[in-house]
Design a protein around this ligand. Structure first.
Ligand SMILES: [Zn+2]
Ligand SMILES: [Zn+2]
Ligand SMILES: [Zn+2]
Length: 467
């Protein structure tokens, strides 16, 4: 069937409105999961049936539900929802005052840290170095080209023959371990900066982290992290530390920990000794201060991250942006670049020579991630709320709306009901190309409407009349 016929058939169908409500219920997901089955909502104590739902009663006999994919190229809608959740999670831990995290967390000593990888050889950068000579291959030992920020050459090795691709991959493969060592080191250094033993310090302070990994142009990850000091309390989940514990203690501990963290990689085949892995000399640690008056434009803070203390909200917005952007960034910037291809082929070459039972056994799985096997966004248990609890809250909210619709007179909360369901997977995606085109158009319209609303909220003076 031709696309326009397929679209027309849906538009003319008597249950078009109902179908469209189903589309909107998936949040205009690009590739929804199709389910068949039914569920019954019961009152938990009385067993009374409050509502019944069956996919058989839907227009095509199936129920559509979100795909939940985090990548915007796969599903704009679901990645948007995930971004929103990640943003709330990170923001709640830095600024408090939402989702069960008290506002006082914003007053705890808190630092925004960026950790980089060391150099594996000169790459093209925006900063031009005049003092460069020539390498044994007759190429410059540094970049002196004055590149623009969006120059496609930026991040490429100046000399591919000099660049240590193996060192690059080995470091990247161990980056999560290096981070883990850093956190252990940091606890020790914090105790030292407080003049306490580690044991004594652990009774009064606890470190919380939220970190994201981001690929730099040179194809190596760096980490952005929010590090917060909490106190210790048997009942409260986010206690304040003793007032004598300050951001200055945290900053000095971070500096010492960054400089002293190291781990030794397992030797590669043919190597006598493993490489010693450290952080790059360039790291940036800055105090995060609470700044209520900067609370204007959450998503797109224009506050500079280049200098001075940072506001909690600017940092959370920045870090949350990377929490979801990171994995997607690589492909567009990496596509076609010889430097990135060379990193990938180095991963594959190493993977082909190693023992799959050995310490590099996982390497073969990660050539697409240039050898990085970590998560792009992680946090300590008590940093903030969990993504799961946000999803749970949203489910409860939806259930509550459903209950209100079903039983307008009753006062039943979502806690008191039990949902019994039996569902089976029936496939992925909209049923026809026509349905997909309609869902995509509806998604675009919804997005434009949302963006316009956001613009109107920011600039009330230029608000367009909507009627
Ligand atoms: Zn989706
Ligand atoms: Zn250059
Ligand atoms: Zn060279």
């Amino acid at each position: 069937m031709r696309l326009d016929e397929s679209v027309a058939r849906r538009l003319r169908s008597p249950d078009f409105d109902r179908w469209m409500r189903g589309v909107s219920a998936t949040g205009y997901c690009h590739n929804p999961v199709r389910l068949v089955g039914s569920s019954t909502t019961l009152h938990e104590t009385s067993g009374e049936v409050l509502s019944e739902y069956a996919s058989a009663n839907e227009s095509d006999g199936v129920t559509f539900t979100r795909c939940g994919n985090r990548r915007s190229r796969r599903c704009e809608s679901c990645s948007h929802e995930y971004k929103g959740d990640t943003w709330h999670m990170i923001m709640a831990g830095a600024a408090g005052g939402m989702k069960d995290v008290p506002e006082q967390v914003a007053e705890h000593p808190m630092v925004f840290l960026t950790l980089t990888a060391p150099s594996f050889g000169a790459v093209h950068t925006t900063a031009s170095d005049r003092r460069v000579g020539l390498c044994e291959h007759g190429r410059p030992t540094g970049c002196r080209c004055h590149h623009d920020i969006d120059d496609t050459q930026r991040g490429d090795a100046v000399c591919e023959d000099c660049y240590d691709y193996v060192g690059h991959v080995v470091w990247q493969y161990h980056a999560p371990e290096l981070w883990r060592r850093f956190t252990i080191r940091l606890r020790r250094e914090l105790a030292r900066s407080l003049g306490l033993t580690q044991r004594a310090a652990s009774r009064i302070v606890r470190l919380q982290f939220a970190k994201v990994a981001e690929f730099q142009r040179r194809g190596v990850v760096h980490f952005h992290a929010i590090i917060r000091i909490d106190g210790v309390h048997p009942e409260h989940p986010f206690p304040a530390p003793p007032t004598a514990v300050t951001t200055a203690h945290l900053l000095s501990a971070i500096g010492a920990a960054v400089r002293s963290t190291r781990t030794v990689a397992a030797p590669l085949p043919g190597e006598e000794r493993g490489r010693t892995l450290v952080w790059g000399k360039q790291f940036d640690a800055r105090a995060i201060v609470r700044r209520d008056d900067s609370y204007r434009n959450l998503g797109e803070s224009s506050e500079s991250l280049d200098s001075g203390p940072l506001s909690d909200r600017a940092v959370a917005a920045y870090i949350a942006k990377y929490a979801t952007k990171a994995t997607e960034d690589l492909e567009p910037t990496g596509a076609g670049r010889a430097h990135i291809k060379r990193i990938k082929s180095t991963v594959r070459e190493l993977a082909a020579t190693i023992d799959v039972e050995g310490p590099y056994g996982q390497l073969q799985r990660w050539d697409g991630m240039l050898g990085f096997r970590g998560h792009f966004s992680t946090k300590s248990r008590r940093y903030s709320v969990t993504l799961g609890s946000l999803r749970g809250a949203r489910r409860t909210w939806r259930l509550q709306r459903l209950l209100e619709a079903a039983r307008p007179s009753d006062d039943i909360t979502a806690d008191e009901v039990l949902v019994l369901g039996s569902w089976a997977y029936a496939g992925m995606g909209w049923l026809t190309d026509g349905d997909k085109a309609l869902a995509t158009n509806a998604a675009d319209a919804a997005r434009q409407w949302r963006d316009q609303r956001a613009r109107d909220r920011r600039n009330p003076s230029t608000q367009r009349s909507t009627r």
